[in-house]
Design a protein around this ligand. Structure first.
Ligand code: ADP
Ligand code: NA
Length: 287
């Protein structure tokens, strides 16, 4: 089937600096790398590399061809990404101690048109999966439309906002969030995760694996043992693989197992979307 993802597309510009610049300081960078990022783009690439076709819904600027080429190189369908404001991007300074400071410009990600969402979902079929995160506008309207067409809605609650989760919960089938986000949500709502009325909540726990809460049942999944190099994109890779697994007819627990393996491979790699592993690479790492 097809997975539909309303999500952000960012260009990550990573600058190597001797120290993080202070107020008024001009600093020469010794190295710069450009990578595809944004939780949305990461998830689309993960879904596609896990073997499921993904339609990305979003927006970039006139300067967005490079990012769209990167998405297409992974097989992601970008027909419903339209041009609006300048492309979302991040200026990531990394110093010699590995400390970073990030400026994030959301740009086009906050200007996705409902027309694009409607066009993308025009041919969607009941039972297909729709995913979104909190880096674009239009999440709730898009999720409502997807739900009304009989799609299953998966919400990845990052970056966390209690208002955003509350607004989308009534049309959400599956919620995926990390441990910190889960803590913030239960505090904001004054309810435990089992009281949300959702069939499936998945809390990722980094090196500790994840927890699947289904109704009043809760089950822990340990993580694979790896030596982490860079945790960027681990959660997005996990979620993309989880969705692809479900799309391919796996049970929730089998999809979680696969997602955990993909997340573990991802933490051994430096970078975001460009280094998300393929299904073959995940199978080789953890047969
Ligand atoms: P996020 O990036 O959203 O904070 P997590 O750090 O919880 O997400 O990572 C998502 C998933 O990736 C985890 O549930 C786990 O399966 C896998 N993972 C993350 N970090 C590690 C690690 N150090 N070792 C093994 N697996 C990991
Ligand atoms: Na990584």
């Amino acid at each position: 089937m097809t997975v539909y993802n309303l999500g952000s597309i960012n260009i990550d510009n990573v600058y190597r600096v001797p120290h993080l610049p202070g107020p008024g300081e001009t600093l020469a960078s010794s190295d710069v790398t450009k990578g595809l990022g944004g939780k949305g783009a990461n998830m689309s690439v993960a879904v596609q590399r896990a073997g499921s076709p993904c339609v990305h819904i979003g927006s970039v600027g006139e300067d967005g061809d490079w990012a769209l080429d990167r998405l297409r190189a992974s097989g992601v369908d970008t027909d419903h990404v339209h041009i609006s404001q300048p492309t979302g991007h991040a200026i990531i300074n990394v110093d010699d101690a590995g400390e970073n400071a990030i400026v994030l410009y959301p740009g086009a990600n906050r200007h996705v048109s409902m027309g694009s969402v409607q066009a993308a979902l025009a041919e969607a079929k009941p039972g297909e999966l729709f995913v979104t995160q909190n880096e674009t506008n239009g999440q709730v309207e898009a999720a409502q439309l997807a739900k009304s067409k009989g799609l299953k809605v998966i919400y990845a609650a990052a970056p966390f906002s209690a208002e955003a989760v509350e607004a989308i919960l009534p049309v959400t089938d599956m919620l995926v969030l990390n441990e910190v986000e889960a803590q913030q949500l239960t505090e904001a709502l004054g309810k435990s995760l089992t009281e949300l009325g959702l069939k499936d909540v998945i809390v990722t726990l980094g090196a500790k694996g994840c927890r699947w809460i289904s109704g009043t049942e809760s089950r822990e999944f340990p993580a694979q043992k790896v030596t982490p190099v860079d945790t960027t994109g681990a959660g997005d890779t996990f979620t993309g693989y989880l969705i692809a697994g479900l799309d391919q007819g796996m049970s929730v627990d089998a999809a979680i197992e696969l997602a955990g393996k993909a997340g573990a491979v991802m933490v051994t790699r430096l970078g975001a979307a460009d280094v998300i592993p393929t299904k073959a690479e995940v199978d080789t790492a953890f047969p």
